[in-house]
Ligand binder design. Structure first.
Ligand SMILES: [Zn+2]
Length: 115
């Protein structure tokens, strides 16, 4: 039996109903296994996509934090990028760290989703 002919969820439920009424025939058991295999394959693929996405989100977070890094001057922690930090002074309006860019990222991708 090819993957293309694996039973749908509805067909699997019908097979379960059929098993309630008596032993499955060998071809029914084969269809049941094909359906389970297809679902397992899909779950594995979905897990791989989720892991790849999480890695990309974490990489983006690291890049953003490297650009929008904190600078502590006197009693103020400001965003180096948003505040125009030259290494010795700010040339723009001083923006507190974490800045709106990092806040927007964190709101969009809460830490538990990016983990
Ligand atoms: Zn910033």
């Amino acid at each position: 039996m090819s993957r293309r002919q694996a039973p749908t969820v509805t067909q699997l439920r019908n097979l379960a109903d059929r098993a309630d009424r008596g032993p499955l025939r060998p071809e029914e058991v084969q269809r049941l296994r094909a359906g389970i295999d297809r679902i397992a394959d899909r779950q594995q693929a979905a897990g791989a996509v989720g892991a790849a996405w999480s890695n990309r989100v974490q990489a983006l977070r690291r890049r953003l934090v490297a650009i929008h890094r904190p600078v502590r001057q006197r009693d103020i922690t400001a965003c180096a990028e948003c505040s125009g930090w030259t290494g010795t002074r700010y040339v723009g309006r001083v923006v507190a760290w974490p800045c709106p860019t990092l806040d927007a990222f964190t709101e969009t991708f809460p830490a538990k989703e990016a983990a």
